[in-house]
Each structure stands twice: as structure tokens, then as C-alpha cells.
Design a protein around this ligand. Structure first.
Ligand SMILES: Cc1ncc(COP(=O)(O)O)c(C=O)c1O
Length: 488
């Protein structure tokens, strides 16, 4: 098929628009004999029939395996250089009590960045000592709770927090472990990184200010300084940005060692994943090996002991394990000059996947209920919101006979989709189901219209008789989903 000039340069027209590209899908994803995409042994039509659409689906085995393999890779590589690694799962990527338990089962700790995330982790039974607490503006109440509840480490993000955390710890009679987040001047996004002398952003303290701030931390009897922290960005494919940042951090780390112990160094998260077939992130084992080599070399160069290393990956653990299932409502060929783009509108959109609108993120899509040998057509997957930027997949190819009623699936939506979901246009946030061994179970139920109305204080004062429905307004199957869900 000829290349459609409306397609972005990186997207070539596929020989077969039904293929599930390597590296994009949960490990169990395949097409059944009938042609439907099947994940964890459950087919897309079965999922849609039982739970409705839109629906987030997580391959539980894939998520657990990713967490365990990441842990093992870092353990092995850092043991090779004579140290240990603490792996924190960055809960902001996706958090529910079940997922928190999967991570703990795989030997990971949990990184939270709000009182809400902390509450979910604690409700999951995560031992408080295994939790790290982030945030550039933690409230007094959040700091108070974290110190009172025994949160393992608090990451201090600004000078004023030193006193706040110290006072809270003193109030509760504890010595609180803290890290200091610094701005290493390295900013990375996907393939490229930028190394500047100063970073103009809200997170962390200015690099040059760190020694004085660490001295202030060390002067507080209720604080125990564990080490520096840095997070250089997200969706990073190679090791170079981490190398530059680790080098800068270890020079500071060495300087701090002259005045006291610095047992740990936290290098943050940000390991990238594939969202389209052209994305080629480094395998985790290579990243672990590369990072270990850099840390070993930089410590040797400075004549310092290798510290305990901490990392905080989120996306790479849960992102590829998740997909979103939608039903097609309308299709519309739009002619632009000589060429045509097929707009395919689905029953969700920017409320369940804000990443394209927020970051211009790319995603891919496949027909999920069947295969087709129709000529591939360039499609744009549009949501149902009143917003022209409401696009879930900017460009991909689907069989040209994609039609209303078809199911489509978007891979790699496990991270930063559910957690960024909104109720824009009063759409209920979809349910999340975990699939494993041919069984699907709800791990977060979808929202109903009743949920959406529940917080409207004007309702109680209304003289109108209000009729509510149990659907989220996205279609009959969704209502089945939501109603079933409440009885599960
Ligand atoms: C401080 C910190 N740690 C870890 C992460 C996780 O990043 P990722 O999910 O890209 O691994 C983030 C993401 O924003 C972050 O801000």
C-alpha cells in the first residue's frame, strides 16, 4: 500500500495492519484463532461483554514479572560492583491496593507523592518503612502524617522543608530518614538529554546550594541524612543522561562525605518504554549494567566507597502491562487535498488517556475483535470529548473496513493513563481489570453517574426530581459494566 502523505514520517504503512508489534504489548497478548486480541487468556470481546468499554486491562503476570525482573537485573549488576539497590515503584504511574501488593511481592518499595497515594499504599498493607515520600509542596498535614506513621524516607525538595520535617519528626519523637532532591542540571526526555549548568524547574534544590542544605539537615537531631536524590526526566531510552547525572551527583556526594556519612544515592526513575513500533528503549538489563558501570567508575575515580543505590521506576514496570479497550462509535473519512485520513471515534478519550493532549504523546492501535485483510487505512483515534485536541492515537494504520461496533485496543497504557484520568464532560472513569490465567477481575471499579452526582452539594437543595442512571454515559455495554461492577 502506498504511504499516505498525511502520516508522520516515522510511520510506515504496514504489510499487515493486524500484527501485534514486538515490545508494544503485554507478554501474553496474542490473537486467538478467531482473530481477537487475547490478554491473560481473556479475549477482547469477552472483556467488553463482561465489563463494558472503555476499559483498562492489566496483564497481572506481565506486571509482576516486569517488577521481579527489574529488581533481579539491578540486584545482579549492583552486586557485581559491591553494593545493593533499593528499588521503589513510582506509584504515580498507577496505584491501587492490588498493584501495590504485586510490587511488594516482587521485592519493590513504594514511592508516593501525596497523602492520597500514601493512604492507598498503607491501605494495601505496605509496611510504612518501605515507603518514600516525594513532592515539591508537601502539606504540613502530609509531613506530619508521614513522620507519625513511620514512612521510611522523606525526600526534601526545598529549603523550607528541612525545618518542617525536622519539627514534625521531633513532635512524634522519631528520627526521620531524609534524602535531598537536587537539580543536577541534566534533563532528559526519550532519546536526548540536555545538560545545563542550571535547570529552570520547580523540583529539587539548586545544585550549588546542596552542601549548605545538607549541613542544615545534619544539624537537626530529628533528621538522618541518607543521601542525594535526582530524577532527570521520563521516557529515557539510553544510559547517557543517567551517566551524566550520576557523574555530577557523585561529585557532590564525594564533597558531602568530607563532613559526614552519605550512605545512599537515589538516581530516580524515567526508564522509557515503547509506545509505537519505532520506539526502541534499551532493555532494562542493559540499563542496569550501564548504570552500575558508571557508578563504579565514578566512585573509583573519586576514591570513594560505592553507596547503596536507590531507583524509582514507574512506567517501565506497569506501562507495557496495560492496554485500553474501546468500542468504535463513528468513523469519518476526512479528505485533505488528495489524501484521506479516517477519523475513528471511540467511547473514551482524553479523560482516560490525557498523555497525547498533555505531552503530544504517541500511541498505537489495533482492531481487537477481529482481523481483516482490508487495505490498511491511515487512522486517527479520536475521543468523544468536546475538544478538538481530544485524540488518543494521532496516527496509525488499521484495516480500512474498521466500523462502528468494532473493538479497538491501545497498548502501553498501563502508566500515567488511569492515574491522570479525569471526569471531563462528566464521563465516569473506566474500570481497571486484571487478567491472569483466563480470568479477569476488577481491581478498581468504574465510576457510575451516581458517583459523578454524589459530590454535587446542590443536588440536596434541588427542588427538581433527579433521575439518575447507572451508566457512565458511554454506551450500553458500559452500563452493563458499571452495574455489574457494583455487585462484584
Ligand atoms: C521523582 C520521581 N521519581 C520517579 C518517577 C517515575 O518516573 P517513570 O515512571 O518515568 O519511571 C517520577 C515521574 O515523574 C518522578 O517525578
Amino acid at each position: 500500500m502506498a504511504h499516505n502523505p498525511l502520516a508522520p514520517e516515522w510511520l510506515s504503512s504496514p504489510a499487515d495492519a493486524n500484527t501485534l508489534a514486538d515490545g508494544l504489548w503485554p507478554s501474553s497478548a496474542h490473537r486467538s484463532d478467531a482473530g481477537a486480541i487475547t490478554i491473560g487468556g481473556v479475549s477482547a470481546p469477552e472483556l467488553a461483554a463482561e465489563f463494558g468499554t472503555p476499559l483498562y486491562v492489566i496483564d497481572e503476570t506481565d506486571a509482576r514479572t516486569r517488577a521481579a525482573e527489574l529488581r533481579a537485573a539491578f540486584d545482579t549488576e549492583f552486586a557485581r560492583i559491591g553494593t545493593t539497590v533499593k528499588v521503589y515503584y513510582a506509584a504515580k504511574a498507577f496505584l491501587s491496593t492490588e498493584v501495590a501488593r504485586w510490587m511488594v511481592d516482587a521485592g519493590l518499595n513504594i514511592d508516593v507523592c501525596s497523602g492520597g497515594e500514601l493512604a492507598v499504599a498503607l491501605a494495601a498493607g505496605v509496611e510504612p518503612g518501605r515507603i518514600g515520600f516525594h513532592g515539591n509542596n508537601k502539606s504540613h498535614a502530609e509531613i506530619d502524617d508521614a513522620t507519625r506513621l513511620g514512612v521510611g524516607t522523606i525526600i526534601i525538595d526545598s529549603p523550607v522543608e528541612i525545618n518542617r520535617v525536622a519539627a514534625a519528626a521531633a513532635r512524634h519523637g522519631v528520627v526521620q530518614n531524609v534524602r535531598l532532591r537536587v537539580n543536577s542540571g541534566v534533563h532528559a526526555h526519550t532519546h536526548e538529554f540536555l545538560a545545563t549548568s542550571h535547570e529552570d524547574q520547580k523540583f529539587g534544590v539548586v545544585f550549588e546550594d546542596a552542601p549548605a542544605l545538607v549541613a542544615a539537615i545534619r544539624a537537626e537531631p530529628s533528621l538522618n541524612f541518607l543521601g542525594l536524590h535526582c530524577h532527570i526526566g521520563s521516557q529515557i531510552f539510553g544510559v547517557d543522561g543517567f551517566a551524566e547525572s550520576a557523574s555530577r551527583l557523585l561529585s557532590l556526594h564525594a564533597e558531602l562525605l568530607t563532613d559526614g556519612p552519605v550512605p545512599e544515592l537515589n538516581l530516580g526513575g524515567g526508564f522509557g518504554i515503547a509506545y509505537t513500533s519505532t520506539d526502541d528503549p534499551s532493555p532494562i538489563a542493559d540499563l542496569a549494567a550501564g548504570l552500575a558501570d558508571i557508578v563504579a567508575a565514578e566512585c573509583a575515580r573519586r576514591g570513594i566507597a560505592v553507596p547503596v543505590i536507590a531507583i524509582e521506576p514507574g512506567r517501565v514496570v506497569i506501562g507495557p502491562a496495560g492496554v485500553t479497550l474501546y468500542e468504535v462509535g463513528t468513523t469519518k473519512p476526512v479528505r485533505i487535498g488528495e489524501n484521506t485520513r479516517l477519523y475513528v471515534s471511540i467511547d473514551g478519550g482524553m479523560s482516560d488517556n490525557a498523555r497525547p493532549a498533555l505531552y503530544g504523546a504517541e500511541f498505537s492501535v489495533r482492531l481487537a475483535d477481529r482481523v481483516s485483510d482490508a487495505e490498511p487505512a491511515l487512522v486517527r483515534i479520536a475521543g468523544k470529548h468536546c475538544e478538538s485536541g481530544d485524540i488518543v492515537v494521532d496516527a496509525d494504520y488499521l484495516p480500512g473496513d474498521v466500523a462502528p461496533g468494532d473493538l479497538v485496543m491501545v497498548p502501553a497504557t498501563g502508566a500515567y493513563c488511569w492515574s491522570l484520568a479525569s471526569n471531563y464532560n462528566y464521563l465516569g472513569r473506566p474500570a481497571v481489570v486484571a487478567v491472569v490465567d483466563g480470568k479477569a477481575r476488577v481491581i478498581v471499579r468504574g465510576e457510575t453517574i451516581d458517583d459523578l452526582l454524589a459530590r454535587d452539594a446542590g443536588l440536596a437543595r434541588s427542588t427538581h426530581k433527579v433521575t439518575t442512571r447507572s451508566t457512565n454515559g458511554t454506551g450500553a455495554t458500559s452500563s452493563t459494566n458499571q452495574m455489574k461492577e457494583t455487585t462484584r
